[in-house]
Design a protein around this ligand. Structure first.
Ligand code: ARG
Length: 468
């Protein structure tokens, strides 16, 4: 057992208790953040004369050495230690002796872990944002390519009105764009440094918290030391943003699964992104989309778990908070993995334009436009609605589309029909006459595409601090 405390104890910790309490198996993942935070703390202690400048630089150098050795594999993080903080401090002391023992002056593991987790999460926010940006680029590319690819738009999963694939993809563009905006908001709120909060009440040492905040790329220090050590709002916000991203990915996955079904055949998923069956040789399954859909539940679970963990915790630090890590790490890994895989699947998927167009022209998606045509010829809308309803009923009996009825038959329903009705209710006209902002008409879509293009060019990387 290797722990930082024990002076006031007369007995060894029970082995099971030690394991139950320890966090090294999962908090070792932020060894870089722990070392960066410790370096900043040591520099500040030296600058303030709390330790000597020589001691500070000895500590910083040794911490750099530890980091290099962990990264090269020369130094393994031993799980004998209680947590990553103990491992780093013990290794430091092993290497430089007494100076190492001074590092923890004016610091508690409470503000240390608050800092490490915040630094790690900040990097994850940036990485997630970069992945979303790539996904948006792929979606925009599809939008540019498919402004004239007609497909049915659905409500209640029933064919409703014709749209284009560009328009359909554009809906997801908006969702993932908002997801990026959410991440950027979270970053702005979370980018304050809890280091220097001590155990809960700050410290009597003259720490310079502005200096450490600045060294670590934060906007400034947090303003209440109790809140500094026990705030996990930023993590809840991030998990909530990840849950929303997963909800969007899951909806998109569900559509791809439907589009890939034998009945629809709107898409063909690339071989590299689909899987086969061990028994049915004909199968090509959309497993990636299904897994993304399934993993949404896992990320929601992390959010709910942390909300529940936090709700009964009195100020300030309590050990319950150690439970913020495993589920959050899993949610971060899961969401990032899903965005990347989904992007790969989408960038290689084949859209079957003919099947989409055929489907749009079957299913009376131009019924609204046929009614609007009559309105244009002076028929009141409510009457037009009734007339087209009867036309549709007749077509259903015959198994044909409205456009398949000859003019003479159309005229039996209303005298207002003329030869130009066919042009007016063609799929292309139905789509391209919809020109209000946000509608699928080609010119309307092109205006949106231009706007989103300049958005993607201007909205670069979140924050200026590297993905620590
Ligand atoms: N492993 C702990 C955590 O993740 C670090 C903080 C320990 N602080 C304490 N007072 N025991 O929360």
């Amino acid at each position: 057992m290797a722990q930082l405390w024990g002076g006031r104890f007369t007995k060894e910790t029970d082995a099971l208790v030690y394991r139950f309490n320890a966090s090294i198996t999962f908090d070792k993942r932020f060894y870089r953040q722990d070392i960066e935070g410790s370096k900043a703390h040591a520099k500040m202690l030296g600058k303030q004369g709390i330790i000597t400048k020589e001691e500070a630089s000895e500590i910083v150098q040794a911490l750099d050495g530890i980091l290099a050795d962990v990264e090269s594999g020369a130094l393994a993080i031993s799980e004998e230690y209680e947590d990553i903080h103990s491992f780093v401090e013990a290794t430091l002391t092993e290497r430089i002796g007494d100076a190492g023992k001074k590092l923890h002056t004016g610091r508690s593991r409470n503000d240390q872990v608050a800092l490490d987790m915040r630094l790690y999460t900040r990097g994850q926010v940036q990485e997630t944002d970069a992945l979303l940006k790539k996904l948006l680029e792929t979606i925009l590319h599809g939008m540019e390519e498919h402004t004239q690819t007609v497909m049915p738009g659905f409500t209640h999963l029933q064919k409703a009105q014709p749209i284009t694939l560009a328009h359909h993809l554009g809906a997801y563009f908006e969702m993932f764009k908002r997801d990026r905006q959410r991440l950027s908001d979270i970053y702005e709120r979370m980018n304050y440094c809890p280091l220097g909060s001590g155990a809960l009440a700050g410290t009597t040492f003259p720490l310079d918290r502005d200096y450490t905040a600045d060294l670590l790329g934060f906007y400034g220090p947090t303003l209440n030391s109790m809140d500094g050590v026990s705030d996990r709002d930023y993590l809840i916000e991030f998990l909530s943003a990840l849950a929303t991203i997963m909800m969007h990915l899951s909806r998109f996955s569900e559509e791809i699964i439907i589009w890939n079904s034998n009945e629809y055949q709107f898409v063909e998923i690339d071989d590299a992104y689909s899987t086969g069956s061990s028994i049915m040789p004909q199968k090509k399954n959309p497993d990636i989309a299904e897994l993304v859909r399934g993993k949404a539940g896992r990320v929601y679970g992390a959010l709910l778990s942390l909300l529940t963990t936090m709700k009964g915790i009195p100020l300030a630090y309590n050990k319950d908070m150690q439970e913020d890590k495993e589920l959050a790490f899993d949610a971060m890994d899961t969401a990032k993995g899903c965005i990347a895989l989904f992007e790969g699947m989408l960038s290689t998927i084949k859209f079957k334009k003919d099947a989409m167009a055929r489907s749009a022209s079957r299913g009376f998606t131009n019924a609204t436009d046929a009614a609007d045509y009559l309105v244009g010829r002076g028929v009141p809308f409510r009457d037009a609605h009734g007339i087209i309803g009867q036309v549709v009923l007749a077509c259903i009996e015959k198994g044909i589309a409205i456009d398949d009825l000859p003019l003479s038959e159309l005229k039996q329903f209303s005298d207002a029909f003329e030869e130009d009705v066919y042009e007016a209710i063609s799929m292309e006209t139905c789509v391209n006459k919809r020109l209000t902002t946000g509608a699928p008409g080609k010119e309307a879509m092109e205006r949106v595409i231009a706007e989103e293009k300049s958005y993607l060019e201007s909205a670069g990387k979140i924050g200026s601090n590297g993905g620590m």
